[in-house]
Design a protein around this ligand. Structure first.
Ligand SMILES: [Ca+2]
Ligand SMILES: [Ca+2]
Ligand SMILES: [Ca+2]
Ligand SMILES: [Ca+2]
Length: 451
């Protein structure tokens, strides 16, 4: 008995030790688990703070832009990129960017967006009174059927135009609905138009930043499904707007007395009389009155102005129709939609304006670049060099470059003070500042940490 007792007690002690060890191990595991959870919670709340900072920076950027637009020299002039801070602008520990477009060659941008504002008048207004299906049917991704359906969607009648679609087409859908027969309220509304797909509307630019991101050039390895050709093939979103509008309060080019007064104050009595003589020739008895001028371009060419003279007058003239396209900022694809310009002159205009930035003060440069007055007059009713509506696509990060956020605003300055007419949080589209900016931010964050 005596011999066995210690053995049993030893065994008991041994088991006890194992139990104690297990409990200790369990406690350590628990402690580690909670420590890890707390660490994660700390990390998450730090990210939340960074996101809050980023959102505040975005609101600050919107106020900054609003003040800038309110104080711009002449309403209708594009903000000068040299005056407006657009890239990595610090606000406390946060930074913001305005994501823009270089409409001279943005389709080739690969690693970094163009920073600045997006001019809404650089695009075609879906509600333009002059818009026809023929003008837009050659846009990338467009078909004659979709072009026709766009016109039928917004016109007030229910009669089907060539290749178009009205209630009967929409009634055959799995979830049927009716044609709107009223103006578009957003470009995204195009999704409802017959034949439109997500691919046609958004193209390869899944994060809508005008830059070819890695997932947009890897075929179907990751969404979107792109053609991996090293070039950004944009969707229709890039070419349309619903916002462009000019105040029609200037001098009417077809009212002789008003034109005379304007020219006398800007160019002096004698030059005014000469030009008015050209614009409004005296008609002999029995001859019909001269046809009214269709655009300020026709006014310019008929009056025999020099480009410099015309630049002094141009800002005071009222356009003859609205929702015009800004020839200084429109992409080649948009310019090619316009009558008189088309594929013959689209590239010519882009090249000309890139090499003559000082000549862009009125539409006169278009006539010079085209060197074809007949076509310039054809294009006249659709073009302007004024812009009153801008998209500010603002991305921001908080402290340590974390908490990325992105909000898109549309500003309208056509009534004087800038008004925000749309605010849209698009953080869910993911990183949109391009590969280069990410690399720069990571390098700067590493530097701060090692310091
Ligand atoms: Ca209709
Ligand atoms: Ca992109
Ligand atoms: Ca892809
Ligand atoms: Ca491509």
């Amino acid at each position: 008995m005596k011999l066995h007792a210690p053995t049993k007690s030893k065994r008991e002690n041994g088991s006890l030790l194992i139990i104690v060890l297990w409990i200790a191990f369990g406690l350590v595991a628990l402690t580690l688990y909670f420590a890890h959870a707390m660490n994660q919670e700390l990390h998450a709340s730090d990210n939340r703070v960074a996101a809050l900072e980023a959102n505040q920076a975005i609101d600050g950027a919107a106020r900054y832009l609003s003040n800038y637009l309110a104080s711009s020299v002449y309403p209708g002039a594009l903000p000068n990129p040299a005056d407006l801070h657009c890239e990595a602008v610090p606000v406390g520990d946060a930074k913001f960017w305005f994501i823009g477009r270089d409409t001279n060659d943005w389709e080739t941008s690969t690693a970094k967006p163009a920073f600045g504002l997006v001019d809404e008048a650089s695009k075609i207004n879906l509600n333009a009174p002059w818009l026809t299906a023929d003008m837009i049917q050659y846009l990338p991704g467009m078909t004659p059927q979709i072009a026709g359906a766009i016109i039928d969607w917004r016109d007030s009648d229910g009669s089907v135009s060539t290749d178009g679609a009205e209630d009967e087409t929409y009634g055959r859908l799995t979830t049927p609905y009716k044609t709107k027969n009223a103006p578009f309220e957003s470009v995204e509304e195009l999704r409802l138009v017959a034949g439109m797909t997500k691919d046609i509307l958004y193209g390869e630019d899944a994060n809508e930043n005008g830059v070819l991101d890695a997932n947009e050039n890897d075929a179907d390895n990751s969404a979107p499904n792109d053609n991996r050709d090293g070039r950004l093939d944009p969707g229709l979103m890039e070419y349309f707007t619903v916002y462009s509008a000019e105040p029609m309060t200037g001098t009417n080019i077809n009212t002789q007395e008003d034109v005379q007064t304007l020219l006398e104050t800007t160019l002096g009595q004698s030059r005014a009389t000469e030009i008015v003589g050209q614009l409004f020739p005296r008609r002999g008895p029995g001859r019909p009155p001269a046809a009214s001028m269709s655009s300020v371009m026709e006014f310019y060419l008929k009056g025999g102005f020099t480009a410099d003279e015309f630049a002094q007058v141009y800002d005071n003239l009222s356009p003859t129709t609205n929702c015009l396209v800004n020839v200084n900022t429109a992409s080649q694809a948009v310019l090619e939609c316009l009558p008189g310009i088309g594929t013959d002159y689209g590239a010519t205009l882009v090249t000309y304006r890139e090499s003559n930035p000082s000549k862009l003060t009125s539409v006169a440069w278009v006539a010079e670049a085209m060197n074809n007055d007949t076509n310039a007059v054809l294009a006249g009713p659709y073009i302007t060099t004024h812009s009153y509506q801008y998209t500010a696509d603002i991305a921001a990060v908080g402290h340590h470059n974390r908490g990325y956020q992105r909000v898109r605003f549309v500003f309208d300055t056509s009534e004087g003070s800038p008004i925000i007419v749309r605010r849209q949080d698009i953080t869910h589209l993911g990183w949109a500042l391009g590969k280069d900016t990410r690399t720069e931010l990571l390098a700067s964050a590493k530097e701060t940490q090692t310091r």
